[in-house]
Design a protein. Sequence first.
Length: 148
Amino acid sequence: MKARYTHNNTHLEFFCVGCDETHSVRVEKPTDWQFNGDLESPTLNPSVLIRSGHYMNEHKQGDPCWCTAEIDTAFHCKRCHTFVRNGMIEFLSDCSHSFAGQTIELPELEKEEKQEESLDDFFDKVEPTQTKPRIHNNGESTCVSCEG
């Protein structure tokens, strides 16, 4: 399978070899993407644009960025702009990775292991608490079940 539904079947996920990770777009209304419904030969319209770090519109030139930080981080600045058509992924020329300008077949997705729960899903299940957090002598708040 080259694509799969995620987030309670509201999103479609596919693997991007350029970013070495999956990308996900919302395909259930309200959405801007149209999906042909074929998980083996998916087509999404319009294009998919993934940006992070200094590739974000909000980033101002000269501002600090993860890619120039002097700390070890797994975060990478990137721009990945693709069309997914008939099971192929077309990397547009404005991609920041080495697949820019190429079109290749979408790889098969690995078997899905237990998927991590999104924060939205988690908070949808959380019951509101009527108990206020306790305050320790040092002034730090802690959970209500803390023994300290």
